[in-house]
Design a protein. Structure first.
Length: 184
């Protein structure tokens, strides 16, 4: 008991006063009731803490599941991006190939157009030369005597030179052909 007295002396004054009032009003039963109240309060706090821990654990689990889903979505999106990038590179390669073929075709077309215009120019030159030659031939037939034995034939048979100028009038027209009947 002496130990109890020493312990009581070491207790704070307010606690001693409280215990004295509690014993005066209800005695030991009141103290038991207060103690049980404190136990229930602590038990409630423990339950709240446990429920808090469970809720925290569930939130952590839900967070981990969400993180796993997000990671799966990220992996899926990454694979889609990689696939799309490979398809883009393939299409870019095909596009570049087609573009180079198109440029080559344009170059070939350009060369063909140049050759065509050169051939057209040559053809025009040949056509002009033929037309001029045909014109001279017709002119020669029209302007010169067709009687082979004619003594006044100009030029004499076999001496026609197409490089010489044909006789022309002052206005630029060819001189008329001699009529074989006029030559006697």
């Amino acid at each position: 008991m002496e130990d109890l007295g020493i312990q009581a002396a070491q207790m704070p004054m307010w606690l001693n006063v409280f215990i004295g009032i509690a014993t005066a009003f209800g005695g030991i039963e009141l103290i038991k009731w207060i103690a049980s109240f404190d136990i229930f309060r602590r038990k409630g706090k423990a339950e709240v803490k446990e429920a808090d821990a469970v809720a925290h654990q569930q939130a952590a689990t839900a967070g981990q599941q969400d993180a796993d889903w997000r990671q799966k979505e990220l992996d899926l999106m990454t694979s889609i991006v990689d696939t799309t990038q490979k398809q883009y590179e393939d299409l870019k390669g095909k596009y570049d190939e087609l573009k180079s073929e198109k440029d080559e075709d344009r170059k070939i077309k350009s060369e063909l157009r140049m050759k065509l215009s050169e051939h057209e120019r040559k053809l025009d030159g040949l056509q002009r030369a033929f037309t001029e030659s045909e014109s001279r031939r017709r002119s020669a037939e029209r302007l010169y005597c067709s009687v082979e034995s004619c003594p006044s034939r100009h030029p004499p048979l076999g001496t026609y030179d197409s490089t010489k100028d044909l006789p022309r009038r002052k206005n630029g027209q060819f001189a008329p052909r001699r009529d074989p009947a006029d030559v006697i």
